[in-house]
Design a protein around this ligand. Sequence first.
Ligand code: HSE
Length: 401
Amino acid sequence: MSYQKSLNIGLFGYGVVGSAVFEVLNHTPSLQAQVSKICIKNPDKPRNISGSFFTTNKSELIENEEINVIVEMTDDSDAAIDIVRESLRRGKAVISANKKMVAENLAELIDLQQQFETPLLYESACCASIPVIRNLEEYYDNDLLHGLEGIINGSTNFILSKIFDDKLSYQEALKLAQTLGFAESNPALDVEGHDALNKLCLLLAHAYGIVVHPTKLLCHGIHRINSIDSEVASAQGSQIKLVARAIKQANGEVAAFVLPQFVKPPHLLHNVRNEYNGVVLTSALADEQFFYGKGAGGFPTASAILADLSALRYDYRYEYKKRLLQAPSVLCEDVKLQVYVSFQDWQMLPVDAFEEISEYYSGKSFHYRKGIVSMKKMQQNDWWKKPGVSLVLLEEGIAKS
Ligand code: HSE
């Protein structure tokens, strides 16, 4: 199917991102892309454009022969996967911002794209305005890419910035992130780290050819961080950031996880504040490279959707080169992590939690330990996720084995 003439769009969702896409398209006539129909869940919500655009019947978009591109901007990953499957089967190109849906179904979505020779693009699903997926797909060879480390969730970064810089409480900061349209409809996806984890799965596929279901990877959010942890971080000149990592080990395997982490200058992620995202890539010849930009919000996300629409005009599609044309990398099962763990009560800490302890503090109702834990053991026993326990990766990150 050629997209040279015009892009007739069926848009699913008219929330923060969907409405921004509609507005931006109206101001970008050069793209020759227009929205024909918009499918929404709630027809009673007041909206700022003509009611004739809207329907609640998805078939009006998917079965419409005139529509050649589906732009899927819903927040419901179960509904989204059905829409995407059906659209690809019917030969419609799809653009999606739904990182949860893509991450949880990536193996099937790669197969569908190949089988029906239709593209699915999702640059906006990871780091919104930053073109990191296409760069990883097209520019970097996985042999040369030593690792990536990124702040890839705007809401949690916004919340942490507000706590550290503006001294807002966690609840105040979260509410503000919701009001500004950065957070997911279910903000637990942000603060518990799942959104960053879903995005990390997309990065792993395009950086290393690794297709893994998000539930298989180690993940922790920022929801257990308490005010004393913040004081400990400030006292050592650090901030706490939610960081996603994929780091090649000496044996070539890739260690991947999402954890809160102490970050201090001159680390490039230290200055990534508010809803901005940042990804540091380390590669053999170029050394460090830094991608930076807004990671959440209607217009930053719309900018990536526009770039995907534009790419469809020259029949661009992901080739999944690292997976399909090269030997994909393999995830490593275990690494030793250098962590800080604070806890209120001794019973919360299993006796064999640490393999080594390098520093400890005990107060009346607050204790912490710094030392080495096994990633594999953390995945087998989630004592570190319980209320009253807070775990943060130290700057040193992965211990040398
Ligand atoms: N809730 C997401 C975030 C939106 O805060 O990063 C953009 O993916």
